[in-house]
Design a binder for this molecule. Structure first.
Ligand code: UD1
Length: 422
């Protein structure tokens, strides 16, 4: 398994470009199934989850290739309606193929998705909505068997929680369904807007994205297009946390300021200075980080759950007590024990973590247990004195492209960072 060796305690400097968003590219790859012809997607990060999505497309009979950060997909010869269990288990986002496959072929056979263990991650909202749109769904031997007799039809769907994945699956099922679909309490994440922008440029009629009520008028055909994936706001937050914890000034290039609205006040509270100019973020850190009164994870436009671990890692070195409330996932504090091994002082009760800032963290051997937790551990390791050996880097590789290269480019002469196989 891959490990990082991080020499911490040194300042970062220079500038770095943010990669394309993982959570955008995955549903867009699933959406290509609904189109005719050759799609060209730019700014796709070479992540293990992206590679898994390409494997799924190829298994389905599609032509899917990656060159640099450009992905080409032609789904004209798609011939399968199932996804093998091993591919389903590799990532949770594989479930987003359900709506697209069902729409394209009238049937879909999928195992239950895998991904990071963040507590129970049910798909009841996805299934309930698809049933309302005319799908018959039975579970047999751990496989979801989904069929439609007369194709999918538009429906009025109200989500009890603005689930990102459920919203995406409904959109994918609805764009070519008969009639109009309305999703009330839809997720408002920028990645959903990116998916809808892609689909609209293929000929779909989707309105109201980002506003909580999405209306989709079904169309009979969608055509391929060229599309550039939005920058990854969570990678941007990770870089901001890394800069803050090392008291560094850096430039993060290619960010969308609006996507960071909920995290900017958190870094400002810590005493950081953030100046946005033409897609670049000039980030300045103070000598002493102030504590964060309360960081509560919420659906967008609230503070993202995916940013909780990196920002908590930063807060371990703040001058005082910070509080985190995790409202989205049940089991999203797995990084806490590992941060404690570096010398952090954190107590957790249910959904609340209280971080008592310490003066120093010290390098140790630690293990990542999920994707964003891994990013948090790297942030902490950068702020720690001495060397930290981080295992479980395979989790990091699901969402961060060549992260050691990114960090090395910010601190070539200061931080020695490498990945090796053990
Ligand atoms: C997506 C993101 C993930 C992010 C999360 C929340 C992708 C590929 N992943 O995951 O990075 O952390 O949004 O912003 O985009 N839920 C149900 N029933 C359902 C669906 C969800 O109860 O049918 C619950 C989940 O258990 C969880 C909450 O809703 O507690 C949020 O889940 P959801 O928004 O669906 O997250 P994902 O789409 O899995």
């Amino acid at each position: 398994m891959s490990r990082f060796i991080v020499s911490g305690g040194e300042r970062l400097s220079g500038e770095v470009e943010v990669q394309g968003s993982k959570n955008s590219v995955l549903p867009i790859l699933a959406a290509t199934i609904l189109t005719k012809g050759e799609n060209v997607l730019y700014n796709c990060s070479r992540l293990s989850d992206v590679i898994t999505a390409l494997k799924i497309l190829r298994y389905l009979g599609c032509n899917a290739t990656i060159q640099g950060d450009t992905v080409m997909v032609n789904t004209d010869h798609m011939c399968q309606s199932d996804i093998p269990n091993d591919l389903m288990r590799e990532m949770r986002s594989s479930i987003v193929f359900l709506g697209a496959i069902l729409s394209r072929t009238g049937k879909a056979y999928l195992g239950f998705p895998g991904g990071c263990e963040l507590g129970p991650r049910p798909i009841d909202l996805h299934l309930k909505a698809l049933k309302k749109m005319g799908a018959k769904i039975v579970e047999r031997h751990g496989v979801l068997e989904c069929t439609t007799d007369k194709g999918l039809k538009g429906a009025k769907i109200t989500l009890s929680f603005p689930s990102v994945g459920a919203t995406e699956n409904i959109i994918l099922a609805a764009v070519k369904a008969k009639g109009t679909t309305t999703i009330t309490n839809a997720a408002r994440e920028p990645e959903i807007t990116d998916l809808c922008d892609y689909l609209n440029s293929c000929g779909a009629n989707i309105y109201g994205t980002g506003e909580g009520v999405i209306v989709i008028d079904g169309v009979s055909e969608l055509y391929s297009t060229q599309h550039t994936i939005i920058p990854d706001r969570i990678v941007a937050v990770t870089l901001m946390s890394a800069a803050a914890v090392t008291h560094s000034d850096i430039c993060i290039k290619g960010v969308i300021q609006n996507h960071l609205n909920s995290v900017v006040p958190v870094f400002e509270e810590a005493g950081c200075q953030l100046d946005f100019s033409k897609g670049d973020l000039y980030f300045k850190s103070p000598k002493i980080l102030k504590p964060l009164s309360i960081v509560r994870t919420m659906p967008y436009p609230g503070f993202p759950t995916d940013a909780q671990a990196p920002v908590m890692a930063m807060s371990t070195l703040c001058d005082g007590t910070s509080v985190f409330v995790e409202s989205i996932f049940e089991n999203r504090f797995k990084h806490v024990d590992e941060l404690t091994r570096l010398g952090a002082s954190i107590s957790v009760q249910d959904k609340v973590a209280v971080v008592q800032g310490v003066k120093y963290l010290y390098g140790a051997s630690i293990e990542a247990h999920d994707l964003r937790g891994a990013a948090g551990l790297i942030v902490a390791a950068l702020g720690a004195e001495g060397t930290t050996d981080i295992g479980g880097i395979n989790f990091l590789e699901r969402g961060y492209e060549d992260f050691e290269v990114v960090l090395s480019s910010l601190a070539v002469s200061y931080t020695h960072l490498r990945a090796h196989e053990t």
